[in-house]
Design a protein around this ligand. Sequence first.
Ligand SMILES: Cc1cc2nc3c(=O)[nH]c(=O)nc-3n(C[C@H](O)[C@H](O)[C@H](O)COP(=O)(O)O)c2cc1C
Length: 224
Amino acid sequence: MQPFVTPRALATNEIPALIEDFRRAAANAKEAGFDGVEIHAANGYLIDQFLRDGTNKRDDAYGGSVENRARLLREVTEAILSVWEPGQVGVRISPTNPFNDIADSSPQSTFETVVEQLNQYCLGYLHVVEDRTDGFDYQKLRHIFNGAYMANGGYERDSAIDAIESEQADFIAFGKLFIANPDLPERLRLNAGFNPAREESFYAGGAEGYDDYPSLDTAKENTN
Ligand SMILES: Cc1cc2nc3c(=O)[nH]c(=O)nc-3n(C[C@H](O)[C@H](O)[C@H](O)COP(=O)(O)O)c2cc1C
């Protein structure tokens, strides 16, 4: 069993090597033939721990003001732009998602500033994990951002079409539906219905629940 390790703030002098890790990962993705990369600044993972003030208690250049808290995201973005064209790079944020015990005291102004800061890079897209029940003004972020806007969070086929047609988003990302439907684009195109997701196999640690949902073809074969 792994010993429990108490989380600690990174020392300022550890940050350059961390940024280099992001650059190398982006370079590896390019070498492997990816079309682009998404910088994960959401869901309480490392970059998000710098962005939100519930976790960022630093007193160096990476803490305090939102500009400082967004410094790691800017530096990671700049490192990745040494490898990729800006149009091939997106950033994922989740302004109000409390996953991994994270929070911010003023998410609206924090993330408006974060998005303003990102505009200098003319990135391809902003990917936002939305909770559209919490009063956060996601459209404001969409209008501040100078690239395409990808929305995520609880979308199904009709709500996704509505969001695109009413210009609330340029793209929709699907999570649970993709886990449960290996041929999701085809199902959306044909309006063929979805396999329901089995929540008990989420985060269960094995392949079960990730590679065993039927596609339309296998479902048809099984009924023949
Ligand atoms: C089993 C499972 C694993 C997930 N793993 C991640 C992850 O590693 N990183 C991440 O940012 N989001 C992860 N998510 C969140 C999804 O990317 C997505 O934001 C969320 O499910 C909301 O979209 P949806 O309503 O379309 O599922 C996960 C979701 C599920 C259900």
